[in-house]
Design a binder for this molecule. Sequence first.
Ligand code: BG6
Length: 474
Amino acid sequence: MTTRPFPDDFLFGAATAAYQIEGAALEDGRKASIWDAFARVPGAVIDGDNGDIACDHYHRYRDDVAMMRDLGLQTYRFSTSWSRVRPDGGAVNQAGVDFYSRLVDELLGADILPWLTLYHWDMPQALQEKGGWTNRDVVGRFLEYAGTMHDALGDRVNVWTTLNEPWCSSFLSYTGGEHAPGHTSIAEGLLAAHHQLLAHGETIRELRGRDANLNLGITLNHTVADAADPQNPADVDAARRVDGQFNRWFLDPIYRGEYPADIIEDFRAVDADAVAQFESAVQDGDLETISQRIDTQGVNYYHGDLLSGTAPEHPPISGAPRTERKGRSPYPSDAGIHAVERGLARTAQNWEIQPEGLTRLLRRLSDGYTAERGVTLYVTENGAAFDDVVAEDGQVHDEDRVEYVRAHLGAVLDAADAGVDVRGFFYWSLMDNFEWAWGYDKRFGIVRVDYDTQQRTVKDSGREYARIIAARSL
Ligand code: BG6
């Protein structure tokens, strides 16, 4: 069997997010975030689960870091919790800051590079009560929070990511109703997305001004939208709309300083008043702020979509509501768009397994946006939920996940071979955790978590990942 080496500077890591693993929801001064509140809305999360305890990482972080070291991880992507650090969105909670300081020290002691994300969806509920991301004032609160984290960790943390997947924390949350705060307004989705991008740009400007050596960036989630029949104009248009709302709505302002005009018109056709509100919210200078130079873009990729615009009905395309909540589609102009079955194997969430989509995505990002600006790409999330079973030997022989990881790492190497500047891969997730609207029902980890005992068990996929990291080849 031939082996494929990874470039010398390629980083192998795993990712988590604060609310999904920490628990200790009301300890040491932390107060409710929008997810604490939303998880209590009947029907919002499968089985009524919440993150009160989660993986109890807040108390077990030392053991968890030791486990990362044993796996050979070179880097660990985690998020800090705004509601732990500034519980009301205002005054600083020093105990919360101290937790992240201890975590960073532990990582550095284990020779693991901390890869810090400032916003992975847990805004203080107190700010949501003032309108959350629809309120422009929140941008200033976010900047204060970012400054607190940099004051505390800037001497030890070099890689700073502003936002994780703003599509999810705007359209899926304020328009689709599937994520916190669970609203179903097109105008709110547009305002939330704009203010998040503004918070991103302001934070990049602030941190760059503080230290020119920082590695600064954002993580976006992407789809690969293909037309079911490339000769059929309705299918081509369906793919354009999904790509535009999911990918270009964020890429174009960040890299080109403009929102995609065709998508604005799609939104206007559905809700002219929402677009009028959005247009008056975009102030002079905003797009210049949003398009600040970044060093790194994180790419989260799970699957693509094969789309038809001609089907008579439209069952949800990927990302549409999956819980019993009846939100509206997070794609405001999705009328008539229909995801077509193409016979690919699927994960336990019914997500298609499409590794070649990752190669095409990375090439498209590089060719269209990042290469000419010298921005480096990192796959900051990729992974899958499968119905894991604990075998009689006490182990999890998750062959499907082993295959998944190998196939997607191969897809990253294919992109690198094609000349894409992609320098790292973070498996989602280090361990089973609170998967948002899916609660604890779906397990993504390369490490199993027994939620009764909090015992961690490295799955076969974890062992295979560790082997690949040690060999630095596939
Ligand atoms: C990404 C998020 O959207 O996908 C993660 O950044 C998330 O936080 C992961 O857990 C899997 O999605 P889900 O909806 O199954 O939790």
